[in-house]
Design a protein around this ligand. Structure first.
Ligand code: AMP
Length: 143
C-alpha cells in the first residue's frame, strides 16, 4: 500500500501557518482542529518547517508562558523528513519509528501535497491486516 492510497481516502489538505505566527495561535489551531502538527509554510507552497504539540511542550518547559508570544519559527523543526505519493506505508512506518516522529508531509516536487500521520498509517495497516484475515477465512471455508 502506498502514500497515494492514504491521501485518496483522507484528502490532500494540510493546515499550515506562517513562520511569524505566534505559538499561542498555533496552540489554538491544534486544539480547534484536533490535530497534532502544523506545517510551517515558506510562503511559496513549500515547507519551511513543522511544529507539533511536542515542540510546544518543550517551548513551554524551556521558556514558560512567554513562549506563547514568540514566533513559531523559534521552535519549529527545520530539517523536515518528507515523502512522495509512490512511497509505501511500510517505509513511512520505518521512517517514523527511526526518526521518533509521528507526522510526514507529502511533497509533489517541492510543493506541499498532503500529510501522513501515525494514526493514518495504523488505520490502513489494520484495515489491510483485517482484509488479509478475511480473505484467509474465506479461502479456508471454501477449500
Ligand atoms: P511528533 O512525534 O510528530 O509530535 O514530533 C516529534 C518531534 O519531531 C518534534 O520536534 C517535531 O517537530 C519533529 N518532527 C515531526 N515530524 C517530523 C518530520 N516529518 N521530519 C522531521 N522532524 C519531525
Amino acid at each position: 500500500m502506498r502514500v497515494s492510497t492514504i491521501l485518496a481516502a483522507k484528502g490532500r489538505s494540510v493546515t499550515t501557518v506562517a513562520p511569524g505566527a505566534a505559538v499561542a495561535d498555533v496552540v489554538a489551531t491544534l486544539a480547534e482542529l484536533r490535530i497534532g502538527a502544523v506545517v510551517v509554510s515558506d510562503g511559496r507552497n513549500g515547507i519551511a518547517g513543522i511544529v507539533t504539540e511536542r515542540d510546544v511542550v518543550r517551548a513551554l518547559a524551556a521558556h514558560g508562558a512567554s513562549a506563547l508570544e514568540r514566533p513559531v519559527s523559534d521552535f519549529m523543526t527545520r530539517d523536515v523528513v518528507t515523502c512522495h505519493f509512490e512511497d509505501t506505508i511500510d517505509e513511512m512506518m520505518d521512517r517514523m519509528t527511526r526518526g521518533k516522529f509521528r507526522h510526514i508531509p507529502v511533497v509533489d516536487g517541492v510543493a506541499l501535497a498532503g500529510i501522513i500521520s501515525i494514526g493514518d498509517v495504523v488505520k490502513h495497516r489494520l484495515e489491510s491486516i483485517e482484509a488479509e484475515a478475511s480473505a484467509m477465512r474465506d479461502y479456508i471455508a471454501t477449500a
